[in-house]
Write a protein of this length. Sequence first.
Length: 681
Amino acid sequence: MQLGNLHPLFVHLPIGIIVLAFLMELYYRKKPKPKDNGTILFALGLGAISSLFSAVSGWLLGDGGDYDAEILFRHKWIAIAFTIGTLLLFFLKKSSNKTMQRAYLPFFGVVLALLTLAGHFGGSLTHGEDFLFKEAYEEPIIENVDNARVYAEIIQPIFNKKCTSCHNSSKIKGGLLLTSKSELMAGGDSGSLFDTLEVEKSSLLTHRLKLPIEEKEHMPPKGKVQLTAEEILLMDWWIQQGNCFDCIVKNLPTTDKLDAILSSLEEDTSPKALIAKKVDAVPEDFIASLKEHRISAKLISEEMPLLSVNFLRRKDLTKEDFDLLKKYGDNVVEMNLGHTNLSDELGAQLKSFKHLTKLQLQHTGITAASNVIFEKFEFLTSLNLLNTEVDNSLLEKLVKLPHLKRVFVWQTNITNDALAQFQNKNSELTIQSKIADSIFTASTLAPPVIIADSEIFQDSIKITLEQYFDGAKIFYKTENSKNDTIPKEYTEPFYLKETTKLKSFAVKDDWEPSLPSSADFLKSKVEISSISLVNNPHPKYTGKEGLTLMDLKRGSTNFVDGNWLGYERQHMTAIIELKKAYRVSNVSVGSLSVPGNWIFPPVGYTVWGSTDGTSYKKLKTVKLPKLEPSIIVERNAYDINFDPVLLKKIKILVQSPLKNPEWHQAPGGDSFIFLDEIVLN
């Protein structure tokens, strides 16, 4: 072991001891009795001895290291002066001469000043000349790694974090500097970093990085923060591509593993991502407690602890409702107050929600008096003020919002001239101030119309498809037992002879294909005598009782058309009696989904069969997955298949979700199921 290597151990001893002695000196000077009984003198003696060891070891270390000569010179001689000062300080303290005693405390100040200077220059040797005052290193932010500069944004940050503490202008270990392109190319005492070693066929840089950590030449040396396996792979990749300093990621070949590593370097800088880094998680019981106060709240994603809050068009909002949210107000990024009784007075409560990115205030009592509130929302990206009393003065506040992208100000007091001037100066901001005539002009192909006499048939049914765009072609596919899902071009009407889901779409040169249109056609081979409802539907949606489910007529998307049975917060159970014994293997149940009206598809089915009309045996149970978020109005027909069995009666249970799902605008509300037909085959 070289004595110089002990310098990091010795160097901190005199610092702590001398500073402690000074503090003790101040303490005993203010304390009347008892006075110092030699403790300070003992501390000064230890400080002098330890500073001597520190100076000797430091001198030896400096001779064998690659340090900036000027800074090293200053550090050495100030440290020597400090060591001499501690010895003199010891003798001044010990002396009984009054002149020396008067000089003792001022000289102590000189020694502390020398200690400070020696420490500063020592830190400059180790960490760089500007280590004390330089700003903390911030890595480049990569939003799109494909466009990242490989050296400047990926490689140099690795050097800065893991290597430049020993290879900077103040401390040039091995004659190597790693702070710029020219220094990297110059290499060090061992040669160029990018020279290929004959034995390993790798560069000197990656060779040193991959050596076992116990090896003397391993870099960074043992005890320093090491490069990760991913960082070494990135270094290797950069060097293999010619260690280019101006290349872009997307222009270099990569592997799947490299793609994964590079993707991990990307950072989401959207307002929501920035907010998510600052806030704590939101407990589930807090979100649940809001439901009791008729406030809907949900997390915007599983990855971010951010809340979207909906006040559900309430007309009785008070300050207390906003107070309920303030505990986690920093987590609230979306708030829907549309169609509520929000006024300028209540609007003042919004100041507590400084992280809002989306704010909906349409059809509320907000006026220009609330303009001052909006300038507080630095993260706001979307603002809806449809049908409010704001005026031109609002535009001055919107200019100050750096992230704002979309504003809805239709049916407000903002004039068209003011909007036009504002839009010219803020072209990146989308302002919806009226319904444009262009939305009434067809810009996409409309889906084909599917025409048939009925959706339920007993033998076959004729299908006609129509499309009103000149030059458009219609394609269709049939999903049934034949599993023939290849689209066919429609040329003339055709017949379906079995239960089928029919889908069609239109195409035209230079146009995007239309959205698909679809319909379920159900073939009924089994004649039903009667259907008895075990439990009664909602009084408003009784249809024709059990006959509704067997009249071979499907309901429309209008749930009050009289062709639906509606059940609120309850399952449906029915007994189906057949005209004679049939061999049955399939039950189809038609249902409706209108999430906006709290109507959802069934979540499960159970079918029992009876061969004698008295006792029943379970034939099939189906559990469907959790309902996904949706606002689409649609009719469905669900098939329950089982092994063929001879039956006289069938009992069926259709399970309701009972409650609105969490993602719904009114989560936990009493939901409905609507049923229109049961078909047997």
